[in-house]
Design a protein around this ligand. Structure first.
Ligand SMILES: [Zn+2]
Length: 477
């Protein structure tokens, strides 16, 4: 004990300048050190690398990397609003995983204002309420935003750690350094696939920019893999912010609730209406759902449609084409209905863990049900049949979009359901500058497996005859 005390004393002597500051730490002194009170908005720009969260080639690999040539974020703490404008280039060679391939420069704009979130692509705005909480978290974990949010949410202070909760949205811990500057954020947010997702941000190398303190080095991880590494070169406090919500966004507050149904064959339906589709296949005494994308809200709308189309048969299986978050975000809700998930072995352990994960920040349907979900794996092929209809689940081998991508093939109906290997363009869209390697690979797999396909039901986009795939990859039959 005495030895411990003398060691402690030695440590205190070494750290005495810091220890003196630590005694002064209060949320007010952090606000003062950051000069946060006078910052109503802030714009910062730089460059670095970012990573496509939830789009890894296999569940055990890091998120795919991109080179960020330019990055500008405008954060308004009064509206509140956030706008990110990026220009990025492909960072993986060869391109593996989602968000690929990127040819040349890709421009991206992500916006949040109040309770609306949307993306801008050229002249088009697309509602993305699925990203709302993450963007709100991004705003309230910026170096100045976190101080304001701490004050607004009656944060507590323990040592150098400021903690607060925005109920139903996120939990945040912010650690301050010896100068009372925010150096680390540890947040937990709700996530459609992961339940609770950890978000960590590190701020370092603080400098003075126009009278406010700002960290030129920003590093962020989401779900324990790197998400952003940014070097900030320019900071403008109190920059102007256009936080107006475009009319089409205001008019589409719940895009995931819209389900449009097309009958493809007797007992086979295509469920579309938004950015992600599903397929429903009726068997003798049950139905099979192929894909439950996005989130609880989408899954609830798809479930309601399934029950309208086939009221008397339970869903026995949901086929998960791959683990990418946009495609697997509705699995938790379907698992809450005691439906067994079928996925490639590559995804099995990941999906089992995801379905068993807690959702404590914002309890979802699965968390409320208390169920853990069941996942059955498969390798090259699994056949589901009831004697009248056959559904073949097949691995799309060698596809660089994902190592464990599966498709559903109905031999009698000559229908193929696939995700991300081939996404048909809009009917009058100009031909892309280069052929998509994922689509070339899909065509090779169709040939290798000798599949007789008439129609493709893509899980993005519209139903097309197989000739469209051949045309897209440059084979004209
Ligand atoms: Zn994907």
């Amino acid at each position: 004990m005495r030895e411990f005390l003398s060691r402690l004393a030695a440590v205190c002597v070494l750290l005495s300048p810091l220890a003196a500051t630590a005694q002064d730490t209060s949320i007010d002194s952090v606000a003062k050190a950051m000069r946060a009170t006078g910052v109503k908005s802030i714009q910062y720009s730089g460059s670095g690398v970012n990573f496509q969260v939830g789009q890894n080639y296999s569940p055990d690999l890091a998120w795919p990397r991109f080179v960020v040539k330019s990055y500008t974020r405008v954060a308004s703490y009064e509206t509140p609003a956030l706008r990110d404008d990026l220009v990025r280039l492909q960072g993986e060679d060869p391109p593996r995983g989602g968000g690929q391939p990127v040819r040349g420069e890709q421009r991206q704009t992500f916006v949040m204002s109040g309770d609306f979130a949307w993306n801008v692509v050229g002249d088009v705005v697309n509602p993305t309420p699925i990203a709302l909480i993450d963007r709100q978290l991004q705003l309230w974990t910026t170096p100045h935003g976190v101080v304001k949010a701490a004050i607004a949410n009656k944060a507590t202070l323990q040592g150098r750690v400021i903690s607060f909760v925005v109920p139903g949205k996120f939990r945040v811990k912010a650690t301050v350094d010896g100068q009372n500057l925010v150096e680390k954020i540890d947040a937990v947010a709700p996530h459609a696939v992961l339940g609770d997702v950890p978000v960590e941000i590190r701020y370092s190398d603080y400098k003075d920019f126009g009278g406010v303190k700002f960290p030129p080095k920003i590093k962020q991880t989401i779900g324990a893999y790197p998400a952003l590494e940014l070097t900030v070169s320019d900071v403008q406090p109190n920059a102007a912010v256009d936080a107006s919500v475009p009319e089409p966004i205001r008019q589409t507050p719940t895009p995931y609730a819209r389900v449009t149904t097309q009958m493809v064959a007797d007992g086979v339906w295509f469920l579309s209406g938004g950015s992600h589709n599903s397929a429903l296949i009726e068997m003798k005494d049950h139905v099979i759902l192929v894909e439950s994308p996005l989130n609880d809200e989408r899954a609830a709308a798809v479930l309601a449609e399934v029950r309208t189309l086939v009221p008397n048969k339970p869903i026995k299986y949901v086929v998960a084409t791959h683990h990418h978050f946009d495609h697997s975000g509705g699995l938790r809700a379907i698992a809450a209905e005691d439906v067994t998930v079928i996925a490639h072995d590559v995804n099995k352990a990941f999906l089992e863990k995801a379905l068993a994960a807690p959702a404590s920040v914002s309890p979802d349907r699965l968390a409320k049900s208390g169920k853990k979900g069941t996942v059955e794996g498969m390798r090259d092929k699994r056949v589901l049949t009831d004697g009248t209809r056959t559904v073949e689940l097949l691995h799309i081998a060698g596809n660089t979009h994902h190592s464990g991508l599966i498709m559903a093939y109905l031999p009698k109906e000559k229908v193929l359901v696939e995700a991300d290997a081939y996404t048909p363009l809009a009917p009058n869209a100009p031909a892309p500058p280069a052929v998509n390697p994922f689509s070339v690979n899909l065509a090779e797999n169709i040939k290798r497996l000798n599949l007789a396909v008439d129609q493709v039901l893509p899980l993005h986009g519209r139903i097309v005859p197989i000739a469209e795939l051949h045309k897209a990859i440059g084979h004209h039959h």
